[in-house]
Design a protein around this ligand. Structure first.
Ligand code: S3P
Length: 170
């Protein structure tokens, strides 16, 4: 069975959009971990953070990641914080290529501003918060099989780069 393609990266690096394009082009199922959590809990992510807190969200995320990782040949798109738990990455790596998407803080800012479903980016200084979180997590996003820069590229262009890079491995 083919391995999963697992997209990791900070919020706003395009994981979900690129994942959809990859799923379509490869005719593979797409499993979006954030969406799985929302449909299980029957609530939006910001509501889960608000009522249950981040730790509870991370527990739900761990469960959803473990389930996703048990598939074969799927495109799995993770939330930006999935990399924080080494168990998540171990499970995803066991049967998947880890593809890391990156973007500059400024690009991320432009992509996420106005989005209301990102509870971690609610502070007054959103750009500062992006830079701080990116710095704190940098090593985690760098620990991937392949890395792709998304600044100035559309989701289809990023998907094309990924397919070109992985062409002998799919
Ligand atoms: C988070 C990223 C979000 C979502 C949650 C926490 C993070 O996903 O899982 O708000 O810790 O970076 P996206 O990366 O899809 O925005």
């Amino acid at each position: 069975m083919p391995k999963n393609l697992v997209l990791i990266g900070f919020m706003g690096t395009g994981k979900s959009s690129v994942g959809k394009v990859l799923g379509r082009k490869l005719s593979r199922p797409v499993i979006d971990v954030d969406q799985t959590i929302e449909s299980r809990a029957n609530r939006k992510i910001d509501a889960i953070f608000e009522t249950d807190g981040e730790a509870a969200f991370r527990r739900m995320e761990r469960e959803a990641v473990a389930e996703a990782a048990a598939h074969d040949g799927a495109v799995i798109t993770t939330g930006g914080g999935a990399v924080l738990d080494p168990e998540n990455m171990k499970a995803l790596r066991a049967n998947g290529w880890i593809l890391s998407l990156s973007a500059s803080p400024e690009t991320i800012f432009l992509r996420v501003k106005g989005s209301r479903h990102r509870p971690l980016l609610r502070s007054g200084d959103v750009l500062g918060e992006i830079a701080r979180l990116l710095e704190a997590r940098k090593g985690l996003y760098d620990d991937a099989d392949y890395r792709f820069e998304t600044d100035g590229r559309s989701p289809s262009q990023v998907a094309r780069m990924i397919l070109d890079t992985l062409k002998d491995k799919l």
